[in-house]
Design a protein around this ligand. Structure first.
Ligand SMILES: [Zn+2]
Length: 428
C-alpha cells in the first residue's frame, strides 16, 4: 500500500549529534519521518521488504541544519564589504534596507529560498517589521522553514513606553496563533529587542512579561562590539553620537556602569533568552549566561567580517552554556560564498581556524540550535520520528578520512533532501 511505502537512502556515510554514525549508512523514511538509521545491514528485513532505495554513494547525509540567527529581510542587499566602522555600517544598512512591504517580503522569500537550498531545516530570523513576519508566515509551502520569527523592537529612555505600546498593538494584529509548541512547517513568533545600545531595560522587561503571557521566544544582540560595552557603561561614544544624529537621544539615557550582560542579568534570569554574538565576554559573564540558562548564537563568519577575534564559544560550552550557530545577515557573508545562509560554511570556518572537534560542531549546528529555538532536539537528528529533511554533502567514499572531517575540509555545497511529503521524494 502506498502509505506504507518505505524509502531508504543509502549513502557513503550518515552522522548526527545523537549517536547515528555509520559508514556506509542508511536512513529509512516512512510517512515523511525517519523510522530507522544506521549501517545498511542493521535495517530490519521488514523495512527492506517493500522499500524503495535511493542511492547517494558519494555523499554524507546529515540532519538538516539549524541557523539560529539570520536577518532574512536584508537578503536582497547581498554581501557588502565592511569599511571598519560599525556605526557607519549601521547607517548604511538603515539607508539601504527595503522599507516597502512588497520589497521586504521579496527579501524574506529570497532568504528562505537560499536557506532551504543550503540544507537549513530550522531558522531563527530577526524580522525588522510586521511585513517580514508575514512574509515568512505566508511563504509558499515549498519555501517554508520552521523556526522562530523574532519581531524586532527598539527604544531608549523616555521613548520606551511608546515602543512597548507599538509592539503590543502589532502583536494583537497578528492573525496567527501564538501558543504553538511545534508548528510542523511554519514559524512561531518571538520578540527581539534589538541590542543594549538601542533598547532600554523597560522594553526588555516588557518582552519578558509578554513572553510569559503568550509564549513568545526571546532574543537580542549582545556584547557585539567594544563600542556597545562603552555605551552601556558610560552612555557615550560612537553609539551615543549615532543616537543624537538620528534624533533618538534623550536625557533618560544614563550610564549603567556595567557590562551589558551584567546590566541585563535581572531580565535574563526570568526567561530563556537567545543572545546573538557575545563577542566581548569575561569569565564572570559566562557564569551569568550559565546561571540564567541563556543560549548564545555564534556567527563565526559575520564575527570575523567585523574583525572580532578570540570568541569564547568553547569556554562557554565548557561552562555549560548552550552555544549554537548562526549566519547573521547576508551582508556579512563572502561575495563568493555559494550558500550565504548555510550553516556548514560556519562549521567549516571553525574547524579550519580552531580545529574544533567535528562532533561538537555538529551539535552546535543541530541540537544546540534546536534547544535555543525551543524545539525538540530530535527534529534535527536522524533518529526515529525526526522529520525527513536532510543535508547531504559530497565526500570521497574511498578516502580513509572521517566523512564529517572530509565535509569540513572540502568546499562542496550542501544538497538538501526533503522527503517529508511521502515515502521519499528527493529535492534535487
Ligand atoms: Zn543580527
Amino acid at each position: 500500500m502506498k502509505q506504507d511505502r518505505v524509502t531508504i537512502y543509502r549513502a557513503a556515510a550518515i552522522r548526527d549529534a545523537q549517536g547515528a554514525n555509520a559508514r556506509p549508512g542508511a536512513v529509512a523514511v516512512k510517512h515523511g519521518r525517519v523510522v530507522a538509521s544506521g549501517h545498511p545491514d542493521s535495517l530490519s528485513k521488514r523495512l527492506l521488504k517493500n522499500a524503495v532505495f535511493i542511492d547517494r554513494p558519494s555523499e554524507l547525509i546529515l540532519p538538516s541544519l539549524v541557523n539560529a540567527h539570520a536577518h532574512l529581510d536584508l537578503s536582497t542587499l547581498g554581501p557588502s564589504p565592511y569599511g571598519g566602522d560599525f556605526t557607519a555600517w549601521l547607517r548604511e544598512v538603515v539607508r539601504r534596507r527595503p522599507s516597502e512591504p512588497k520589497r521586504i517580503i521579496e527579501a524574506v522569500r529570497q532568504g528562505l529560498r537560499l536557506s532551504r537550498a543550503a540544507g537549513v531545516g530550522h531558522l531563527g530570523d530577526i524580522a525588522g517589521s510586521m511585513a517580514a513576519v508575514m512574509g515568512r508566515r505566508q511563504a509558499p509551502r515549498e519555501a517554508v522553514i520552521p523556526g522562530v520569527s523574532y519581531l524586532e523592537c527598539f527604544g531608549l529612555g523616555g521613548r520606551q513606553a511608546s515602543s512597548i505600546a507599538q509592539v503590543q498593538r502589532a502583536l494583537s494584529d497578528l492573525p496567527f496563533e501564538t501558543r504553538i509548541d511545534f508548528h510542523d512547517r511554519g514559524a512561531v513568533l518571538g520578540l527581539g529587542p534589538h541590542a543594549p545600545y538601542s533598547t532600554g531595560l523597560d522594553i526588555y522587561k516588557a518582552a519578558n512579561r509578554l513572553s510569559q503571557e503568550r509564549i513568545f521566544r526571546l532574543t537580542t544582540h549582545m556584547a557585539e562590539t567594544v563600542e556597545e560595552l562603552r555605551f552601556v557603561r558610560e552612555a557615550d561614544g560612537p553609539f551615543a553620537e549615532l543616537l543624537k544624529e538620528l534624533g533618538k537621544w534623550d536625557d533618560g539615557i544614563t550610564p549603567a556602569g556595567q557590562h551589558p550582560v551584567e546590566w541585563l542579568e535581572p531580565v535574563l534570569k526570568h526567561a530563556r533568552w537567545v543572545l546573538a554574538h557575545c563577542n566581548y565576554i569575561e569569565d564572570e559573564h559566562i557564569d551569568i549566561l550559565q546561571r540564567t540558562g541563556s543560549s548564545v548564537v555564534y556567527c563565526p563568519v559575520a564575527s570575523e567580517y567585523f574583525g572580532h577575534v578570540d570568541h569564547r564559544y568553547r569556554d562557554m560550552i565548557d561552562a555549560g552554556v548552550n552555544v549554537c550557530l548562526g549566519t547573521d545577515s547576508i551582508l556579512c557573508q563572502p561575495a563568493d560564498e555559494p550558500q550565504p545562509f548555510g550553516v556548514l560554511p560556519q562549521m567549516r570556518r571553525l574547524y579550519r581556524r580552531d580545529q574544533t572537534e567535528p562532533g561538537l560542531l555538529l551539535k552546535m549546528a543541530t541540537t544546540h540550535g534546536m534547544q535555543a529555538l525551543e524545539f525538540s532536539e530530535n527534529n534535527a537528528t536522524l533518529q526515529k520520528r525526526a522529520p525527513a529533511i536532510f543535508a547531504a554533502v559530497k565526500i570521497d567514499p574511498d578516502e580513509r578520512l572521517d566523512p564529517l572531517v572530509q565535509a569540513l575540509l572540502n568546499d562542496h555545497p550542501v544538497t538538501p533532501i526533503d522527503a517529508t511529503r511521502d515515502g521519499g521524494r528527493c529535492d534535487d
